[in-house]
Design a protein around this ligand. Sequence first.
Ligand SMILES: [Zn+2]
Length: 304
Amino acid sequence: VKFQLTILGCGSAAPTTRFNPSAQVLNINENLFLIDCGEGTQMQMRKFKIHFQKIDHIFISHLHGDHFFGLMGYLSTQHLLGRTRELNLYAPAAIEQIIHVQLKASETYLRYPLKIIALTSKESEIILDNKIVTVNTIPLKHRIYCNGFLFKEKPRARNIIKQKIKDFNIPIYKINAIKNGEDFTLENGTVIYNSELTKAPSPARSYAYCSDTAYFEKIIKIIENVNLLYHESTFIDSDKTRAKETMHSTAFQAAEIAKKANANKLLLGHFSARYHEFQIFLDEAKAVFENTELCSDGACFEVE
Ligand SMILES: [Zn+2]
């Protein structure tokens, strides 16, 4: 089952020819989740062949333009393409007015229900819980109200061993119950225990998105043991004063968080346009946390 992250943009502030501003798509078994929607996100989706009709949930971390200026265009395109299915938008509360004023001015009446889930809490909360995933907010430390998002795959049912179906003549209608942990009783009354009939599913996977934020240890507890962590690293260590002033992080600080949270893998992104070489981000992070990679637009990361 797929659990794959595609980076659509990993630059900060204004778009450049090198990087689009922040946007990512998480694909969990062909259910797509859009995370932030910087300017140009629609075009990146076309370029990297993201099937955007499959997106039913959009998560916006905060209302700095480089994280949401692509949203209105995206919502409008969904309307033009004839979407009728509900779209869920999780974002800081002011998004409601921002969208409303633009729709009103253009006298647009969306063909699909847009359900806005206004985020206001400063504590971590569950904002989505369905058959596929649980999503928690990760309150971050930034110049304005900002949340990261933790995606946790739902634990899957046990895998039934095919040979056992034949061996014990298990009827089809019993299979779901067995996958969910039930034992099977033969006609002669012998109980075959579930552990003999099934194998444990692979463990549920998780992804944490943390942008934008100053170095903030409070998030460690929320993201503990995450499989894949994206943590912003707008700056390198020699610009850490600038990082502090603007409430962003350095590559070294991102790696410190990854290490303290016992993450499996770290992705760096949200790079400032002041840099032209990126190896130094990797070197600084790897000195603290070895399993680190740099994002680039179009890059895909799979969690096995
Ligand atoms: Zn920001």
